[in-house]
Design a binder for this molecule. Structure first.
Ligand code: 0GY
Length: 305
């Protein structure tokens, strides 16, 4: 089946630069996706966008180019709850990729077992209204209770303005909870303002909550241009990500977000995204936790015991 991508949708950046920052040995890109290829793994009928293809081979070539050792492949909404493309990527990774799935209440215990055997270690609950239709909270809680028994965690994606309304539901989740992209703060607001303080409080009051300090390209208002003294891209995101890394160094993850769905104005050079890391994790110790120790503990715990 062939799919026409959503008008205005940008293709991912071909030929990314070699980063200047060398990531530590064993680093994990803990947030990335595969899209299709649509001819092999059709996109979901209920999807809100149609991406370009982004295959497992292209993802693993990027991993090698950037100097990473492993990936966590996160199910994207364009594939709905059909996890076949993601699972296929895990099965062709030589054990170097784990996954986060999307499942419905109707998922069978055997299907969950099969996902586990393929390398899935979490489910994603998405609350971003432009990406998904509403799923009743009782359905999500039922799924969370079932996957908790497998030792999996829940990844949540939401916008900062929705945190107050979702707070109680998130607090009741029985697993480790990983927040995508710091809960999408408005980085035009002060880092010590009410909105981001609420997110910091959320992490402080919930020791089971982790955060991905990812997606500066999605959050930034200043963009990739390096204008400040340290010549860092996405400089307006730095104080936000750095705060989370320094306050919660053992509960942070980083990922490229390749192939960067739904970007319409600017597509990042993934090499430049890697060069952003030392601006938010400023010591070798913090970098080691962010890129190696934390993701290994969450996704490959059997190798860290
Ligand atoms: C991301 C962000 C986005 C999309 C998805 O599953 C998805 O479709 O997560 C977005 O559009 O903000 O993390 O990939």
């Amino acid at each position: 089946m062939s799919f026409a991508k959503t008008p205005g949708w940008m293709d991912w950046y071909a030929g990314p630069s070699k980063p200047k920052f060398q990531v530590p040995a064993g680093s994990v890109d803990a947030h990335c996706h595969v899209f299709g290829p649509g001819a092999e793994f059709p996109f979901a009928p209920q999807r809100k966008y149609t991406p370009c293809d982004a295959s497992k081979q292209q993802l693993y070539a990027l991993r090698d180019q950037l100097g990473f050792a492993r990936n966590v492949v996160v199910q994207a909404t364009c594939h709905g709850a059909d996890n076949r493309a993601m699972v296929d990527a895990l099965l062709h990774s030589n054990g170097r990729a784990r996954g986060v799935a999307t499942v419905k209440r109707s998922v069978s215990d055997q299907e969950l077992q099969d996902l586990h055997a393929a390398g899935v270690r979490g489910v994603r609950f998405n609350f971003v209204k432009r990406l998904v239709d509403f799923t009743p909270k009782d359905e999500l809680m039922e799924i969370a209770a079932r996957i908790a028994q497998l030792g999996w965690h829940v990844v949540i994606y939401f916008e900062a303005v929705d945190l107050p309304e979702l707070w109680d539901f998130f607090s009741a989740l029985p697993t480790t909870v990983v927040v995508d992209h710091m809960g999408r703060p408005d980085v035009g607001l002060p880092v010590d303002g009410a909105q981001f303080e609420l997110f910091v409080k959320f992490m402080r009051e919930h020791p089971n909550v982790w955060s991905k300090v990812s997606c500066p390209e999605r959050l930034s208002l200043t963009g990739p241009k390096a204008l400040n003294a340290e010549r860092s891209p996405y400089r307006d995101v730095i104080p936000f990500a750095r705060t989370i890394v320094e306050r919660f160094p053992d509960r942070v993850l980083w990922g490229t977000d390749w192939p960067h769905p739904n970007l319409k104005d600017h597509m990042p050079d993934d090499g430049l995204l890697v060069d952003f890391i030392p601006h938010i994790a400023v010591t070798p110790e913090l970098q080691q936790q962010l890129l190696v120790e934390n993701p290994m503990r969450l996704y490959w715990p059997e190798e860290t015991r």
